[in-house]
Design a protein around this ligand. Structure first.
Ligand code: PEP
Ligand code: MG
Length: 608
């Protein structure tokens, strides 16, 4: 008998695949800081030296990190330079020394006091840019304090081997820096399957589990782990038999994905000849290669805000123009859908002032933020319009539209920009398609009014589910309520599709639901015209579309729309998919219990 002791932690599977390797804990918590008064002049002199050495060490650490940063994240290197400058700024450096010498504070405390003073100074200024420097001041101080307190500063850039990252949380900006070559898997204690961290992990093809309660406490640096990003299972210190089971599954999975990827370039057409679009969602241009390799016929969603994150200042029009021009050229003649800035809520930048909002998800975000900061919006629109002249394949899309007013307001601003460009004889595509995302219940309710005003709809189920059911999509405590198959959600999708078709416009779906093979029969049956998803899901979804019958799917959707609960729909759907596409279960969920309606909530169990 194997008397090995392992621990199983359950979370939510956020990006499929199996990772087997060593744990690397990212420190994100508060550091316990010693506070004491120095006795005697010698102690003061020693403490000044200790402080100076800590700053020098922080500087050399930053220098080493800068050298290892991938070229596409050059902006991040500039953020690190700002940290270096802040530490040498007299308001931090000289002031800390003064606290040590005059108030006889220990170095950690002296740094904390000088940071507090600098923060107060910045937040009192009337300059938004200066106020946004507070995050950099904190990061710089945190680094020096950790060195003084003898804690290594475990950060992503310092990873030197292939590891599984364990963190309490990763911001979308953190996630975009994951080193693909070095990150085998990701585990976070909080988050949901459609939080942007999960979306980024999926697009980087890194197996991920989120909402793994207490993972950062239960797992130690260097522990051997198995992370199953499909089922949300983490096994700490696995037994030999666990290891051989998962190694085998890993191989089987890779072989299956390889096999279906060979057919990824065939059209997404059902057995009975119904053709739909198969498009890709991307966050950075580097993903275009994966999109093409996996059979994307268009970019259905370019999340432009990621270009704005991780940089020191607002990108100027030229930088934006070059980005959109490259996107257009790389995909031409295929269409590319550029979604205007969807900043706010969890997607923040260091250059943009963090607003004091109690409910950021209900706050000044997305299209509202752009309409509020008109110059920021015009800057982006100008860059998009200029790029639209190159290959004529750009489509413009607005996020989080709540009603027709935002469409009219945007059209007025767009007209202003077009007039300015025409006056300067700068060309742009006069017929650039203009569409909106359907992500709010109010947009669904007035979809019949919106449809005649636009050229296409794209349903963003990630937000639509969040706002329909009234739960935060990144909140692990209510993740069990995040039900894509909720009858309310399915009815809303149908209502939006019907309104679009009534007005003769196509309706795409670009939320994470589109990339979930299990939902193919329902979404086909609800008559979605294009499926837009993270590039790596395309082969699986296309494979199922090609093997489906539209007639059967429509019949099935009709039946499902009469069901009363998500569980009922889920059971029926799984039964159908298991019957029609058994290999999907065999490969991705070998332990699937056909009687379980929905995955169990996170539980903790110890195996002996
Ligand atoms: C959505 O809400 O479904 C969507 C695609 O947009 P995002 O995930 O970027 O909010
Ligand atoms: Mg959204």
């Amino acid at each position: 008998m194997d008397n090995h002791s392992s621990l199983t932690i359950k979370g939510i599977g956020a990006a499929p695949g199996i990772a087997i390797g060593k744990a690397y804990l990212l420190e994100r918590g508060r550091i316990p800081v010693p506070r004491y008064r120095l006795l005697g002049d010698e102690a003061v002199a020693d403490e000044c030296r200790r402080f100076e050495e800590a700053v020098a060490k922080a500087e050399s650490d930053l220098e080493a990190i800068k050298k290892s940063i991938r070229s596409e994240f050059r902006e991040h290197a500039r953020l690190l330079e700002v940290q270096q400058m802040i530490m040498r700024d007299p308001s931090i450096y000289d002031e800390s020394l003064r606290y040590i010498q005059k108030e006889r504070s220990n170095a950690e405390l002296a740094v904390i006091k000088s940071l507090r003073k600098a923060r107060d100074l910045f937040s009192g200024l009337n300059d938004e840019n200066a106020r946004s420097r507070i995050a950099d001041v904190n990061a710089a101080g945190d680094r020096v304090i950790r060195i003084l307190a003898g804690q290594s500063h475990a950060s992503m850039e310092e990873i030197r081997e292939r590891v599984i990252i364990i963190a309490h949380d990763l911001s979308p900006a953190d996630a975009i820096q994951l080193q693909v070559g070095r990150t085998l898997g990701v585990v976070t204690e909080i988050g949901g399957s459609t939080s942007h961290t999960s979306i980024v992990a999926r697009s980087l093809n890194i197996p991920a589990v989120v909402a793994a309660e207490n993972a950062a406490h239960l797992i130690s640096m260097g522990d051997i782990l198995i992370v199953d990003g499909g089922t949300g299972t983490i096994i700490v210190s696995p037994s030999e038999s666990d290891l051989s089971f998962y190694y085998e599954r890993q191989e089987e999975l890779e072989a299956y994905v390889k096999q279906i990827t060979r057919h990824a370039h065939l059209p997404a057409e059902t057995r009975d000849g119904h053709r739909v679009g198969a498009e890709a969602n991307i966050e950075v241009l580097e993903e275009i290669v994966a999109a093409k390799d996996n059979g994307a016929e268009a970019i259905g969603l370019y999340r432009t805000e990621f270009f704005f994150m991780n940089r020191l200042a607002f990108p100027d029009e030229e930088a934006l123009y070059r980005d959109y021009r490259d996107l257009s050229e790389l995909m031409a003649p295929c269409p590319v859908t550029i979604r205007t800035l969807d900043l706010g809520a969890e997607k923040l930048t260091s250059w943009f002032p963090r607003l004091e909002e109690t409910n950021p998800a209900l706050g000044l975000r997305s299209i509202r933020l752009c309409l509020h900061y008109k110059e920021l919006f015009k800057n982006q629109l100008r860059a998009i319009l200029r790029a639209s002249a190159i290959a004529g394949n750009i489509r413009l899309m607005l996020p989080l539209v709540s009603g027709i007013g935002e469409i009219f307001q945007t059209k007025l601003i767009l007209k202003e920009v077009q007039t300015e460009l025409s006056r300067k004889r700068i060309p742009f595509d006069q017929n650039m398609p203009f569409g909106v995302m359907i992500e709010l219940p109010s947009a669904v309710a007035v979809a019949d009014l919106l449809a005649p005003e636009v050229d296409f709809f794209s349903i963003g189920t990630n937000d639509l589910i969040q706002y329909t059911i009234g739960i935060d999509r990144s909140n692990e405590h209510v993740a069990y309520l995040y039900e894509p198959l909720h009858p309310g959600v399915l009815r809303f999708i149908k209502q939006a599709v019907d309104a679009g078709h009534e007005a003769g416009i196509p309706v795409a779906l670009c939320g994470e639901m589109a990339g979930e093979p299990m939902y193919v029969p329902i979404l086909l049956g609800l008559k979605i015209d294009s499926f837009s998803m993270n590039p790596l899901s395309l082969p699986r979804v296309k494979n199922l579309i090609r093997r489906s019958s539209m007639k059967e799917c429509c019949r099935f959707a009709g039946k499902v729309l009469r069901m009363r609960t998500a569980q009922e729909v889920n059971r029926s759907l799984r039964k159908m998919v298991m019957r029609k596409f058994p290999e999907e279960f065999r490969v991705f969920e070998p332990n699937y219990d056909r009687n379980a309606a929905v995955p169990a909530r996170h539980s903790l169990e110890t195996q002996e």
